[in-house]
Design a protein around this ligand. Structure first.
Ligand SMILES: CC(C)(COP(=O)(O)OP(=O)(O)OC[C@H]1O[C@@H](n2cnc3c(N)ncnc32)[C@H](O)[C@@H]1OP(=O)(O)O)[C@@H](O)C(=O)NCCC(=O)NCCS
Length: 193
């Protein structure tokens, strides 16, 4: 097995992880992780106030899966027996950036799982999957400038810093990391100029 194995779009395996399409059983983990202030410190607009909001978020993730056949995955440990709680979430969704449809890479882990290379392993597998499964599509990560761990994960996943694509997000300036962006970047307005 290489760095990752695709069982089908609904399960992606890495040496330590099983990434699986979320189910309703993950709503508690969505709620738990998105209501931990450490997990949204850099992106407060992603905070969830209650379980109803977590159900809504799950529904939006599931709609993306139904529409496109891919989306965010729930990260499970393959080595922890018996299997414990999900470690977090990592995946891609389609969104618009500078007038283009792009594949946006997302990752958010339970703080208890931080610092073990889990995000790097998951994000690298997902980025590899996107490169193969969605050929020709720009892949981006939007990262708040002070989020050092996230900057590193984006770079480890093979994305390169693309300052000319930086944009205002819901929580302020987002630094953009990208791969496979078409070579017409001079048409993009640099928000810092
Ligand atoms: C960003 C996040 C997913 C990283 O998860 P992780 O599993 O701890 O990441 P990794 O263990 O793969 O570490 C990646 C790198 O970041 C570093 N790192 C981890 N936490 C760090 C921290 N708090 N401060 C600085 N660097 C940190 C690691 O040392 C590693 O560096 P290295 O490659 O030089 O060894 C996790 O911190 C998280 O869920 N944060 C909240 C959600 C979030 O901000 N998501 C990104 C939105 S764009």
């Amino acid at each position: 097995m290489g760095r990752s194995d695709l069982v089908d779009n609904e399960e992606l395996l890495t040496p330590r992880l099983s990434l699986r399409r979320p189910t309703r059983a993950d709503i508690d983990a969505i709620h738990r992780i998105h209501s931990d202030p450490r997990a949204y410190a850099h992106n407060p607009s992603d905070a969830l106030a209650n379980r109803v909001e977590a159900e809504d978020l799950y529904r939006r993730w599931d709609q993306h899966w139904q529409q496109h056949g891919f989306g965010y995955w729930t990260i499970h440990s393959r080595t922890e027996l018996p299997a414990g709680q999900p470690l977090g979430f990592c995946g891609v969704k389609l969104l618009q950036l500078h007038g283009r449809t792009v594949v946006n890479l997302f990752y958010r882990l339970d703080p208890a799982a931080w610092g073990n290379g889990i995000a790097t392993e998951a994000a690298t597998a997902v980025a590899d999957w996107a490169t193969t499964g969605l050929p020709g599509q720009p892949l981006v990560a939007r990262v708040r400038p002070g989020n050092i761990a996230s900057l590193k994960v984006a770079a480890h996943a093979g994305l390169r810093r693309a300052p000319q694509l930086d944009t205002d997000g819901d929580d302020g300036l987002d630094w953009i990391f990208a791969s496979n962006w078409p070579d017409d970047t001079d048409q993009i307005h640099d928000p810092r100029s």
